[in-house]
Every structure is written in C-alpha cells, then in structure tokens.
Design a protein around this ligand. Structure first.
Ligand SMILES: Cc1cc2nc3c(=O)[nH]c(=O)nc-3n(C[C@H](O)[C@H](O)[C@H](O)COP(=O)(O)OP(=O)(O)OC[C@H]3O[C@@H](n4cnc5c(N)ncnc54)[C@H](O)[C@@H]3O)c2cc1C
Length: 479
C-alpha cells in the first residue's frame, strides 16, 4: 500500500469514525451497493482516480449507485446528519486531493450511471452522469452525430460539464455546458427534479459551470449536431522556433473572421531530468479537411514532426490511460500577445529550470484559444465581459509524493509571476477556467460579482441546509 502523507492523515483523522454510522445507515438501504476498505469493489474505485493525491485518500465507505433513486436514498441519509461528510466521484480526473474523494467519509462513485440513450430524431442524447466521453462518442458515431464533450475520452461527463467544458467544437458550438438542455439532479433533501429552460430555470442556468454546489447530477441531456470525421495535425518543434509558433498561434486566434472549426492546443513541455523544453501543437479542425488552410503558417514553422490524419472523433478520443502519478493543475486567462507568450516562456524557464525534485518532474503548459462561440455563450461563466484570448493550463506530473508541497509552491510562484507580468501589460483577464484551476484559485468568483451572487442565491433556494457547502468538502464553494 502507498504511504499517505503524514500531515494529510493527521488533518483528516476523526472523520472516519463519525462517518461509520452514516455508512451503516446507507448500507441498510443499499446493502449490495455499499463497499468498505479491503473489498474488491472499494479497491476498483480507489484505483480509478487519475492522480495519486485523490487515490491516497481512503473513505470509510464507497457507494456505487446505479439509478437516480439510489442517489436519492444516499442524500436522504447524508442530509439528516451534518457530521456525515461526503464526496462525489465521476471519472476521477480532477487532480486535487479531496475534490472527488474523501478521507474517512462517504464517497459516492457515479460510474454505475453511464447509460447513453439517443432520442428517435437523434437531436438529444441522454447521458448518465458517470459516463466517460469515449462511450458517449462511440454511441453517437453510428448515428452521424456528436456532442460537445471532452477531448480525452477517459474524462468524465459529470466533472467536465459542471465546470464548463472545452471540446473540439467549443469555438463553434460554445462551452460544453451550454449544450445541456436538461439536468436530472438529486437535491440535498433527496428529491429528484428535472431542471431545464422551463422548469427550475434559475437552477438550470446556475448549473452551467458552477461545479458541485447544488446537488448530484444523475443525467445530462445534451444537444447533438451532425458530425463527420475531424482532421488532426500533430506538430513538434524545436523550442528555438517558439517565436514563430507564438506568432502563428496569435494570428489564428485574432483573425477576423475567426475560423470556428479551430481546436488548437499549443504545449510547452519541460522535463526536469533532461532539462529539455519541447514545443508541440495539436491542431484539430472540426471538418474532414486534410490540410486546413487556417494552420498553414503554423505548419510552415520548421518542425521535428508534422503529420495530418483524418479520423473519427471517437477514435481520436480513445487515448491510453496514464500510470498513477501526482498531478497538479493551475490556470490563467490572457489577452492575445505573441510578445507576451515569449516573456511567459522566459519566466517559466527561469523559475522551473533549476527545480529537479527526486525522480524528476514534467511540466506541461497548454495554451488554448478563448475565441469564437466560447465568448458568445458561457453566460454563467461571465463570458459576456471576457475578451478574446487564450487559456493557460499549467500542469505538472511527478512520481514522488514527498515533493507535493514543494511542487505546489513552485507552481504557485511561477503562475503568480506570469500573472503579475501580464497584469502590468494589461494582458491578464479575470476568468479562471474551473476545470483547470488549482484548489487555492477562485474560479467561481472569476465569473464576476453578479454571476457569483446569482449562484449564491440559487444555492440558498435549493440547498437551504447548506449540505453541498459544508458536508461536501471538496471543490469550489459559493457560500
Ligand atoms: C487527461 C485529462 C484531459 C482533460 N481534457 C479536458 C478537455 O478536453 N476539456 C476540458 O474542458 N477539460 C478537460 N480536462 C479537465 C476535466 O474537465 C476536469 O478534470 C473534470 O473535473 C473531470 O471530470 P471527471 O468527472 O473525470 O472528474 P471527477 O474528479 O470525478 O469530478 C470532478 C468534480 O466534479 C464533481 N462531480 C463529478 N460528477 C458529478 C455529478 N454527477 N454530480 C455532481 N458533482 C459531480 C466531483 O465531485 C468533482 O468535484 C481534462 C483533465 C484531464 C486529467
């Protein structure tokens, strides 16, 4: 068994004993769906988290619902005991400790709700909240339709849609959450409701990007659109060509009119063991065009690899799982400037170059356009006041658990330096993308005062006893 960091174990000790009675009460209602440490069912969930920070936590019990009624029974027990602390797990891809798991509490593993059903006219797909995106795409592909969802097929439907959701089609159809037409949600009291534009409409709007503040979603109904194959240009460049790549990236996002088939991720990777930077581009085009003109300048930058393939969304999303590692996410949103991208690289290099923790670390700084329909939808996310630009995802992966605090501190320092430099040049935007944010960041507040206030009001209305604020410990809160 992996050693748990001492500080975390001490800080969280005690919650296990108070949760035992809660687990037993739930077991009374759902005997075959409640698992305890040491059982195979429990271990399967524990080993399915993406980060070691999450799988190191050991809940007192794990509940494996397969229907909304099961989830309702769980919430009816949980909401009666304020000491009953819980977590909700979708596909376990949020890296931060405690966001989808809990030490000594009750973890509700939603992966048993993963059915995909399509309406006879193929216009809407009803997707169980515990599904992963690969299975959604595989179910839709034979019908010639797709939905806006995760680019990596292993990522969960639940977490991605509750945080906003950037898909290959986001610049064309908006944030993934804007394509939800109905939520089936279990409220803290156990009541199951449908929330859409006509019923519980305030909740419907609040759910678009507000994470785990209002209830447990059991089903998302998603708008589909016709979709054939997509085109993927994969580029790798020597880091010395970064100025040309940053220029081409900036030209693509600032072009008028903007090509809404663009789905681009530029990545700066640094390996502390080899002290090498590399630069990659995943340039996807949402049409089956083998060499999309929009990527012409990017493709003409001298490259170490330059390949284009046309394939189905499901095939492209079918990525291999990564081995369990420590992971960290943090984010910022910037206005376009190729000069500042070069300055950001210098800050990253100065800060990260000398840092080589035991067994090494890999940093990956992903740069993703914030453009097209992303700016015209995302109402709850505060997009109305957000400008064109790009989202920075600072991520790190490393094997040694003992380096966690140090890595967190280095990541915070480098992000702070980037933000300060961007702020001085008026290039820092307020928006922080929730699904890429670090635990200390404030993505919900970044939606703007009015939107945050609206989320608070909806929370007061639908969760009067603040169960999702107090008993659900992980994630970002509105109260
Ligand atoms: C490899 C990888 C690729 C990614 N690719 C993309 C991408 O293409 N686009 C993008 O926008 N983001 C992407 N992300 C970020 C991703 O959207 C978030 O990590 C998201 O939270 C993952 O959702 P999940 O269900 O897998 O994770 P989980 O960790 O299980 O859940 C995330 C959060 O949502 C809550 N939650 C989950 N299900 C429910 C539910 N049914 N009801 C209430 N709360 C729930 C959990 O409690 C948790 O707080 C990626 C992340 C990784 C690690």
């Amino acid at each position: 068994m992996r050693a748990r960091p001492y500080t975390l174990a001490v800080a969280l000790a005690g919650t296990a004993s108070t949760s035992t009675s809660c687990c037993n009460q739930i077991r009374h209602h759902l005997p075959s769906l409640t698992s305890f440490p040491g059982s195979a069912h429990y271990n399967t969930t524990e080993s399915s988290y993406w980060s070691l920070q999450e799988s190191d936590l050991q809940p007192a019990c794990i509940i494996h619902p397969t229907s909304s009624q099961h989830v309702s029974q769980v919430m009816s027990v949980v909401s009666k005991d304020p000491d009953c602390l819980f977590a909700i797990k979708g596909r376990g891809h949020s890296p931060a400790a405690g966001f989808a798991n809990i030490q000594g509490g009750v973890t509700v593993d939603m992966t048993g709700l993963s059915n995909v059903q399509v309406a006879p006219d193929h216009a809407v797909a009803q997707v169980g909240a515990g599904a992963d995106w690969l299975h959604v795409y595989q179910a839709l592909e034979p019908l010639g339709v797709a939905v806006a969802g995760g680019r990596n097929g292993l990522v969960g439907v639940g977490g991605l849609l509750l945080g906003g959701g950037i898909s290959h089609f986001t610049t064309k159809v908006g944030w993934a959450c804007d394509n939800v037409v109905n939520y089936e949600i279990v409220l803290s009291c156990g009541k199951i409701i449908q929330s859409n534009a006509s019923h519980h409409s305030a909740l419907f709007h609040a759910l678009r990007g507000s994470a785990t503040n209002f209830g447990i979603i059991t089903r998302f109904d998603l708008k589909t659109f016709p979709q054939s194959n997509i085109s993927i240009t994969s580029l790798a460049h020597d880091i010395s060509h970064r100025h040309a790549v940053f220029g081409a990236f900036t030209d693509i996002i600032t072009a008028t009119p903007f090509d809404e088939n663009v789905s681009l991720v530029s990545g700066l990777l640094f390996n502390s063991s080899s002290r090498q930077w590399s630069l990659t581009n995943s340039a996807v085009y949402a049409e089956p065009v083998s060499h999309p003109a929009v990527y012409g300048n990017l493709s003409s930058v001298p490259s170490l690899r330059n390949s284009t393939t046309v394939m189905s969304l499901a095939k492209f999303a079918d990525e291999k799982d990564t081995p369990p590692l420590n992971w960290l996410f943090a984010t910022a949103t910037l206005r376009p400037s190729s000069a500042f991208m070069a300055e950001m690289f210098d800050i990253l290099n100065e800060t990260l170059y000398e840092f080589n923790p035991p067994a090494g670390i890999v940093w990956n700084v992903a740069l993703e356009p914030l453009a097209g329909r992303m700016l015209h939808t995302g109402e709850t996310l505060g997009m109305r006041t957000t400008e064109k630009g790009y989202i920075v995802l600072l991520s790190a992966l490393w094997p040694a658990a003992k380096s966690r605090e140090r890595v967190d501190s280095v990541a915070r320092d480098v992000l702070c330096r980037i933000e300060d430099a961007a702020r001085r040049k008026d290039l820092l935007q307020r928006f922080q993308y929730l699904n890429y944010a670090a635990p200390y960041q404030k993505p919900l507040q970044s939606y703007g005062f009015d939107n945050f206030d609206f989320l608070k009001q909806v929370s007061h209305e639908y969760d009067k006893h603040v169960v999702f604020q107090k008993q659900l410990r992980g994630g970002y809160k509105v109260v």
